[in-house]
Design a protein around this ligand. Structure first.
Ligand code: HEM
Length: 365
């Protein structure tokens, strides 16, 4: 970095600690019984909000990179590193709940009524994270008749609605996967070649179950039904029309082309050109898992602190929070890719022309 003439800066000045360290105003100080634990409650929420801010900075930069027409490998490296950063922050967010759990429900009751109707439900940054990840309005857990933004501070509402209408990570990922240049080619039709091999595997599985003398007739029937479901899943990849017809049934969010793009990366994950894209797919599955883990830990925290009471934000409390666990997942399509995987040894051989375009060279060492 070029050195420019700037006045020397002190630690506390640079970090603006005068603002941060004087921003903990306990409401219970104005009552007859100041609540000791209110400081912890305020600080932990502030720490969360700071980490939410950092997650948003990283998320927005990742979306920007993936939205480019061409994403160079050097930029994929940056994407994967920044995703790793988000995952590490999420790990801290989950662990941090334990610090708050050192407060007992009675400690909380000492100041709970004073903070109503404030609730994490009104965290604009949390909503922005959900929107930037790609959680759509229609997928959100139903909250009476009101929508989530009505409870936000009016000054924050427009910004959050804007984030809902901006390209999300899911959207930019989908467009990027759709551009996978190795899926549609004259020398190799991935969808068709894959189908052949995958359906042969299904036939084999069927035979194995049918001749298994250890299974009773009803157990065989159950196993064969499971295999039929997997077969239907694989068949749904045969064409865009079939895929689109079953999109609703399988609750898929990604397009046919993007799913094939992701499947190609996952099946040929050992080809060096796929290393970083495959890592990103795994990271996105982890991101969803971490969000779900945080949601679950937070729901348990709420149950422990307030039992079955309604939340200060006016939802049903624990029951509402439990509902978000499944409904608010964003990258489930990537997690369920495993349904379609085939063993490496059985995957269709790539023609040399394609291998060479993928930059694959045999090693002679
Ligand atoms: C004593 C501790 C806590 C309790 C009892 C609690 C309880 C609740 C409840 C009941 C809700 C549902 C909305 C409502 O009706 O209020 C909620 C939502 C929420 N809380 Fe907490 N919470 C606690 C701590 C935290 C902390 C430390 C954070 C960190 C930022 C947080 C963030 C959130 C967020 C983001 C939501 C919205 C979740 C969603 O809509 O999916 N909460 N909380």
């Amino acid at each position: 970095m070029k050195k420019t003439n700037h006045p020397p800066v002190e630690y506390s000045e640079y970090l603006q600690l005068d603002k941060i360290l004087t921003a903990q105003k306990r409401l219970s100080l104005n009552t007859e019984q100041p609540a000791h634990d209110e400081s912890l409650f305020i600080i932990i929420h502030q720490v969360y909000e700071l980490w939410f801010k950092e997650i948003l900075i990283e998320l927005k930069s990742i979306i920007k990179i993936l939205s480019q027409e061409y994403v160079l490998e050097t930029q994929m490296y940056i994407v994967v590193n920044r995703m790793k950063r988000i995952l590490e922050i999420q790990r801290i967010l989950i662990q941090q709940i334990k610090v708050l759990e050192t407060m007992t429900p009675l400690d909380f009751l000492e100041f709970r009524d004073l903070i109503s109707p404030a609730s994490g439900f009104q965290s604009a940054q949390f909503r922005e994270i959900e929107n930037r990840l790609g959680l759509s309005r229609g997928s959100r857990a139903k909250l009476n008749e009101t929508s989530y933004e009505t409870l936000l501070h009016p000054e924050e509402r427009d910004k959050i609605l804007d984030s809902e209408n901006s390209p999300s990570l899911l959207f930019s990922l989908e467009k990027w996967l759709e551009r996978n240049p190795f899926v549609y080619r004259n020398d190799f039709q991935f969808a068709q070649e894959y189908q052949k091999v995958a359906l042969e595997g299904i036939d084999r599985d069927r035979k194995i179950v049918s001749v298994n003398s250890r299974l009773s007739d009803s157990e065989k029937k159950k196993e064969l039904l499971k295999i039929e479901v997997i077969k239907k899943n694989i068949e749904s990849l045969s064409s865009k029309e079939v895929y689109d017809q079953s999109k609703e049934l399988h609750q898929r969010k990604m397009s046919y082309e993007a799913t094939l793009g992701a499947l190609f990366i996952s099946i040929y994950d050992d080809y060096s050109i796929n290393h970083l894209p495959h890592k990103l797919i795994i990271q996105l599955v982890e991101l969803d898992e971490s969000m779900t883990t945080w949601r679950y830990r937070h729901a348990l925290l709420a149950l422990r602190m307030i039992g079955q009471r309604i939340g200060t934000g006016g939802t049903s409390g624990y029951d509402y929070l439990r509902m978000t666990l499944e409904k608010h997942k964003v990258f489930q399509d990537l997690a369920t890719l495993s349904t379609y995987l085939i063993p490496r040894i059985e995957r269709p051989l790539l023609p040399q022309s394609l291998e060479s375009d993928m930059g694959f060279r045999k090693s002679f060492l």
